[in-house]
Design a protein around this ligand. Structure first.
Ligand code: NAD
Length: 284
């Protein structure tokens, strides 16, 4: 069976088209979804991510706002800024671009964001919703990855799913989402022994490791759905965690990098912001 490419550019464009329509409908009701992105300092990679988020807002008709703060801002001043945005009814989503400079307490900053405005889904309340399977904001990258997995049309219940990586922003929520889909889920990490034995059983393999070309063809079950979350800069080029050229000869479906999960992450951020704005109308 020839491999099918799960194209994040095409999929995210479809999602953004639907979001644009829903934003227009909300505007008729007097609400323009607003996303505030806080960027502390001027890390070059963060600058790119923030710019792409702003472009996404512009494309879909949302109010995107980037708040640039000095790298030496104090914890108190940053938290005060978040309080201000929490109170601003024109702001439906607040995102703090990570990583923050080392002197700032990241967890305390994220905890300051109102859970209903936490469009990244990183607040402990939203992490709790993820654990219990109750309604909350789902983290953008795993949400986008799941959308791609679902797009295969395969029955997910009972499938063996292996997630490589156990971070709070990708690996763990990804595993929880797959569990919700009734997959049998294995989480592998840096201390996992005989990694290949696990990955070769996977009908669905998600790589969120942060090492270019880490997943090789001999680690993949023939016909598997392979989702590459990795974004690694090598010699000025962006590469995924999967050795794409070799793995595409074995996999049934595969996501490219660039043009894969990264595109979906932004689409899901816009979706989360839209949903946050729609919720405010329901609560009026
Ligand atoms: P992280 O560094 O927090 O976590 C990496 C995980 O990989 C860890 O849990 C670790 O246990 C595991 N790991 C490391 N070495 C391993 C090994 N030899 N064997 C098995 N597991 C190993 O990273 P993260 O924040 O989860 O991000 C992972 C990757 O995804 C990075 O490349 C990051 O840039 C990318 N990312 C992409 C998006 C997107 O939108 N596509 C979003 C977030 C992160």
């Amino acid at each position: 069976m020839a491999v099918k490419i799960l194209d994040g550019k095409i999929m995210s464009a479809e999602i953004k088209a639907e979001i644009t329509e829903r934003v227009a409908a909300l505007k008729v009701q007097g609400v323009t979804p607003g996303l505030a992105v806080i960027l502390v300092g001027n890390d070059p990679a963060s600058e790119i991510y923030v710019r792409n988020k702003q472009i996404g807002c512009d494309e879909t008709g949302m109010n995107g706002r980037t708040i640039r703060l000095r790298a030496d801002i104090s914890q108190e001043a940053l938290e005060a800024e978040i309080d201000r945005l929490n109170r601003d009814s024109a702001v439906h989503g607040i995102l703090v671009q990570l990583p923050l400079p080392g002197h700032l307490d990241e967890q305390a900053v994220l905890a300051k964001i109102l859970p209903e405005k936490d469009v990244d889904g990183f607040h402990l309340i939203n992490a709790g919703h993820m654990m219990t399977g109750t309604e909350g904001v789902v983290a953008c990258t795993p949400k986008g990855a799941l959308h791609m997995i679902r797009s295969t049309g395969e029955e997910l219940a009972g499938k063996e799913a292996v997630v490589i990586g156990r971070s709070n922003i990708v690996g763990k929520p990804m595993a929880m989402l797959l569990l919700r889909e009734n997959c049998t889920v294995t989480i592998c990490h840096s201390r996992t022994k005989n990694l290949k034995e696990h990955t070769r059983r996977a009908d669905i393999l998600v790589a969120a490791v942060g090492k270019a070309g880490f997943v090789t063809a001999d680690m993949v079950k023939p016909g598997a759905i392979v989702i590459d979350v990795g974004i690694n800069r090598v010699d000025g080029k962006v590469r995924g965690d999967v050795d794409f050229d070799a793995v595409k000869e074995v996999a049934g479906w595969i996501t490219p990098v660039p043009g894969g999960v990264g595109k979906m992450t932004i689409a899901m951020l816009l979706a989360n912001t839209l949903e946050a704005a729609e919720r405010t109308l329901r609560h009026d």
